[in-house]
Design a protein around this ligand. Structure first.
Ligand SMILES: Nc1ncnc2c1ncn2[C@@H]1O[C@H](COP(=O)(O)OP(=O)(O)OP(=O)(O)O)[C@@H](O)[C@H]1O
Ligand SMILES: [Mg+2]
Length: 228
């Protein structure tokens, strides 16, 4: 299975807020992430991690700079093309999970597959939830799940499609260390098997150590890169 490289050129992001002075969230970020690589983004709260991930994931337009995913300058695509590109290639785990509260855990994970016409959607969704330790919660709706359980449903939803790139914003932030290890091991296994490129924001150095590179972000710029 092919996978995708991610290159950014001088990404800047300025948030305009009415009545207040502008917030410069990213001040020029250059990344070169190879196909199939696993990369962690660390840095203090407010340093720009979520902003950067949203921009890498085609969700939030940078104020300036380019995002090249396997050579495609994604913000030069038309809106529809960008949505399609995102749906086909990118799995995104949001810091705040955005599950559909009217649907069960199983349905939340199966729906993206069903939209694509996958006849095995339910089985695949159940399998991945089982692997994440949620076999006993398939028919629970998100409001009846714990924060960590909801987080694992969101992870299952992002990886069930076998995306070429997984972008995960603090995917283990609500998990105990055992579940966190289980999640990162599963992500690593899928990354190695399918050459899935993985970009994870985390505050947990133990999680970051699973990645080949750790980028340190501070006040909107990369201040250090470590190789594991
Ligand atoms: N929609 C927005 N409008 C205005 N400012 C924003 C917006 N989103 C983020 N910011 C600001 O941009 C900066 C970076 O925020 P971001 O969410 O990227 O940080 P983070 O590194 O993910 O933090 P955390 O570790 O707390 O999740 C912060 O100063 C934040 O207040
Ligand atoms: Mg964040």
């Amino acid at each position: 299975m092919s996978s995708f490289s991610v290159i950014t050129k001088s990404i800047k992001k300025v948030y305009k807020t009415e009545g207040n002075s502008d917030t410069i969230a990213l001040k020029g970020v250059d990344l070169q992430i190879e196909k199939g690589d696993m990369v962690a983004i660390m840095g203090p709260s407010g340093s720009g991690k979520s902003t950067l991930l949203h921009i890498l994931g085609g969700i939030d337009i940078p104020t300036s700079g380019e995002v090249l995913i396997e050579g495609t300058d994604i913000y030069k695509l038309e809106d529809k093309e960008l949505s399609r590109f995102r749906n086909e290639n990118i799995g995104f785990v949001f810091q705040f999970h955005y599950l559909l509260s009217e649907f069960t855990a199983l349905e939340n994970v199966a729906i993206p597959l069903q939209i694509k016409g996958d006849k095995d959607a339910i089985k695949k969704a159940a399998d991945i939830l089982e692997k994440l330790g949620l076999g006993h919660r398939l028919n629970h709706k998100p409001p009846t799940l714990s924060g960590g359980e909801q987080q694992r449903v969101a992870i299952a939803r992002a990886i069930v499609n076998n995306p070429k790139i997984l972008i995960a914003d603090e995917p283990t932030g609500n998990l105990d260390s055992e579940n966190a290890k289980n999640v990162i091991n599963l992500i690593k296994e899928i990354s190695e098997k399918n050459l899935m490129t993985v970009i994870i924001a985390t505050h947990d150095i133990e999680i970051a150590k699973y990645c080949r590179y750790i980028y340190y972000l501070k006040d909107g710029i990369i201040v250090n890169v470590e190789k594991n």
